[in-house]
Design a protein around this ligand. Structure first.
Ligand code: FES
Length: 167
């Protein structure tokens, strides 16, 4: 396991210390760690378990239960593919497969180079635009394989020209 940097460890310690002793503090600590670091590393789950007298497995159970918690850092670019019913029947599965191949990120994970996260989401409330893909906050309605391929390739090209390593 990669070691966390000192800054992250300090922030986790500070959050845990601040809420220790409060009623039901684990969920508050988890929210703050998620906000501070963008994800919840094992070290945070361990510190929270120690401070609240529960097991890491219990804390992990909470993290897994709530969709807003993640145990992996998010990629620099985030691709959300709606797999709600309206999008699904219009071929969202093909879109997410294409995004997976292009980004190198498995579904609901981040690519090894840290460049892309690929998230499958439930209905985004824009079924009239189905299928819907959101890339870095930009909504692509009536999404097609061509449209998302173009957008993802543009991102890769701009990262390459700015000198970032893309596998
Ligand atoms: S099902 Fe995709 S936006 Fe509603």
């Amino acid at each position: 396991m990669e070691r966390l940097n000192q800054e992250s460890v300090k922030r986790i310690d500070e959050i845990v210390a601040r809420h220790k002793g409060e009623p039901g503090p684990a969920i508050v600590m988890l929210h703050e760690v998620q906000d501070a670091l963008g994800y919840i590393p094992y070290e945070a789950m361990s510190a929270i378990a120690g401070a609240t007298g529960t097991s890491v497995a219990d804390i992990y159970g909470i993290v897994n239960f709530y969709a807003q918690f993640t145990t992996e850092p998010k990629g620099k670019h985030v691709v959300n593919v709606c797999l709600g019913t309206a999008c699904y029947v219009k071929g969202a599965q093909h879109l997410i497969e294409t995004a997976r191949e292009l980004t190198g990120a498995e579904i609901n994970h981040t690519s090894k180079d840290g460049m892309f996260s690929l998230d499958a989401t439930r209905c985004l409330g824009a079924c009239g635009l189905a299928p819907v893909v959101v890339i870095d906050g930009e909504v692509i309605g009536s999404a097609t394989i061509d449209k998302i391929t173009q957008r993802i390739n543009e991102i890769k090209a701009s990262e390459q020209s700015s000198g970032a390593a893309i596998s």
